[in-house]
Design a protein around this ligand. Sequence first.
Ligand code: OAD
Length: 246
Amino acid sequence: MGDIRNIVILTGAGVSAESGIPTFRSTAGVTYWEVYEDDLAPRHYRIEDVCTPQALANDPALVHRFYDARRAALAGVRPNAAHRALARLDAAWPGELLLVTQNVDDLHERAGSRRLIHMHGELRAALCAICDARRPHDGALPPGSACGQCGAPALRPDIVFFGEMPYAMDRIEAALARADLFVSIGTSGAVYPAAGFVRMASACGARTLELNLEPSAGSDWFDETRTGPAGTLVPAFVDEVLRPTA
Ligand code: OAD
């Protein structure tokens, strides 16, 4: 892998697909989220009905129910070989490393990753719409739940909706500026600002690598694209990075 010290890795829904969490988009243009709320048929939600501030204002019960179901589903999934390989890299890498995930599941941390940012929020957290306090939260979160910090009945899922600012952009941009290697794993490259990270890293001199089931919308921006399932590609990539150079 050459002379690399600082690594930034971006992950998307594809890294959790082999754990059984459905992705959002595909080449077939599927743009709904599928959620099992009981043992019967899955419900399909359009992204714009559950992932915008307007949706939360118009139908809080629907939005809360959608994230309650996704939070509950975490109990039935486990980290896969890709999450585990990234945790192994985090533990072994002596230089700077930042794993930025767009995923709101907790599979990276359950696999053992520590240097991790959830730029789109976390299912297992609640955000106060009044005072912005963010707290760990498990179980259902009914609309009108009271904030432990300010007392307002204004807790909402800690999810960055379309039109809202992703978390920790300052830290992410600083890491991208220092990166020698930027790796994007399992993301369609359809949602900004994450889709622009490859160009930012490249402009600052990083080598750029994409690991995805299929070439993404931004594939042309990468120095190299490897196609295949993350559960196979990511462990091989980590072995390569950690292999001692002669
Ligand atoms: P997408 O569903 O848009 O894209 C998932 C990508 O993973 C696709 O390019 C698939 O080809 C690829 N993929 C599927 N299975 C894979 C596997 N086993 N191994 C490797 N790749 C695989 O998901 P994201 O790019 O993460 O935002 O979506 C970005 C954001 O859009 C999400 O964070 C979410 C959504 O709206 C918010 O919730 C704010």
